[in-house]
Design a protein around this ligand. Sequence first.
Ligand code: PGA
Length: 252
Amino acid sequence: MASEGPRPLVAGNWKMNGGVAMLKEPRLLAAMLKDVKLKADVMVCPPAIILRRVKSVLKGTRIKVGGQDCHWNPAGAHTGDISPEMLKEAGCTAVIVGHSERRTNHGESDETVAKKAKGVQRAGLKAIICIGETLDERKSGKTLEVVSRQLKGSVPEGSTADNTVIAYEPVWAIGTGLTPTTAEVAEVHAHIRSELGAIMGGEGAGVRILYGGSVKPSNAAELMGQPNVNGALVGGASLKASDFLGIIKVYA
Ligand code: PGA
């Protein structure tokens, strides 16, 4: 049973996977979801180069499309970067910012993530802001402290329930097959909810807090059933329509 709260979102992050050959997966997913009544929104976030193709495959379906990262400016001399406005033009309704792979591989700080989130919101899109502790931080009992610091630093002023989604993704759970216990997930999500109240006031109650990190069809119901878990950010298991469907169906 899924927990109560804001309408959930199940978003698939393809990361640097999936070229044209993968277009069959969203096509299949849309077909499989056609007659399923869902109590959640569904989104796929493909690599930018095939965004428009995915968008066109999903035309007329309820599956939304999102970006994986962006620059904070609307345009300018930023070789290799993509602006939130360009992602909007390509059909995106949201952009993931501050994923741990960006924070680690590209040295993105909370300040950078907040600038990106602000840019996404300026463009009229939802910022899916990722946070989460490393294994060392968890082992030394610093999880809640880290999450608080990341939230305070990464959620820009003026954020609302409509333009902001938080994804709690413990770094050690991403792509490893490991997940926190349900009690640990519930504890961190309750903490995030309360911190959002402190940062955003009343808006905080309506923000969707996704769990991410090794979500699979076999553990989705249990993880999504925890209080304050309003959906999932899914990596590996979003690449195959049948696996992703197994997770989405928690909300059928
Ligand atoms: P995973 O990735 O589901 O493959 O663990 C999650 C993520 O990085 O968003």
